[in-house]
Write a protein that binds this ligand. Structure first.
Ligand code: PMT
Length: 210
């Protein structure tokens, strides 16, 4: 099967020196790419900036911004049987980019932000993706309620929900604990290395293909 996987953070530039981003290390997404390859699948990994090595045998596309990730996913998802969107895409970006470094003159600086394009939300409606769609949900409360809401609104086959308020799992950690939210049931994958969690997610995602 052909897997498309997104990983890492995006960077939304303010000026040539500064950007808005988040704490994603890319480990969860890279573990998914490695696990899918290990299981014999073809994999394209679309990733924001990370310090990680690309797993062997995986096709790699580097992006910086949410818009670049949106464009890459739109162009490449047509070939995929399964798409797993694990990237921590910035939800907002600066409205204006300053070509010159912003000078430190004012005591207060107000930056206006606008929403970035919703990649997961575009998969069915705009990109016409017909394969197995797996989204992630990074929540700090109401994990099941918010995850189930995403599953429905974004027309996913599976949502992988993790509690990112915990310091031992989620962002920039070696381990994760997730709840798999299917339309008709839930399954908890107890705390384990991201590599082991990834293998289970890949097996579940592959089994969802008709
Ligand atoms: O990279 P690590 O350090 O290993 O950390 C892993 C992780 C915590 C980043 C990962 O497990 C995770 O939870 N990824 C999703 C992070 C996220 O942005 O969640 P969200 O609930 O805000 O977004 C929901 C879904 O919409 C995600 O599939 C996300 O990729 C997608 N999204 C979000 C915003 C946007 N503009 N477009 C999107 O497609």
């Amino acid at each position: 099967m052909k897997f498309l996987i997104t990983a890492g953070p995006t960077r939304e530039a303010l000026d040539p020196a500064r950007y808005i981003s988040n704490r994603s290390s890319g480990r969860m997404g890279y573990a998914l790419a490695g696990a899918a390859r290990h299981e014999g699948h073809d994999v394209v990994l679309i990733s924001g900036p990370t310090a990680l090595d690309v797993p062997a045998g995986v096709d790699f596309v580097h992006v910086e911004s949410a818009q670049q990730m949106y464009d890459a996913v739109r162009d490449l998802c047509k070939d995929a049987d399964v798409a797993i969107l694990c990237a921590a895409v910035a939800d907002y970006r600066p409205v204006a980019y300053s070509g010159q470094k912003i000078k430190k003159t004012a005591d207060r600086l107000i930056i206006e932000l606008e929403k970035t394009p919703d990649i997961l939300g575009s998969m069915r409606s705009t990109f016409g993706f017909g394969g197995v769609l797996v989204g992630f949900a990074a929540e700090t409360s109401n994990l099941l309620e918010y995850g189930r809401d995403k599953l429905r609104r974004k027309q996913c086959n599976l949502i992988v929900a993790n509690d990112v308020s915990r310091p031992d799992i989620g962002f920039d950690t070696r381990e994760n604990e997730v709840t798999l939210i299917f339309p008709d049931r839930e399954e908890v994958l107890e705390k384990d290395t991201k590599e082991h969690i990834a293998l289970h997610i890949i097996e579940h995602a592959a089994a969802l293909r008709p």
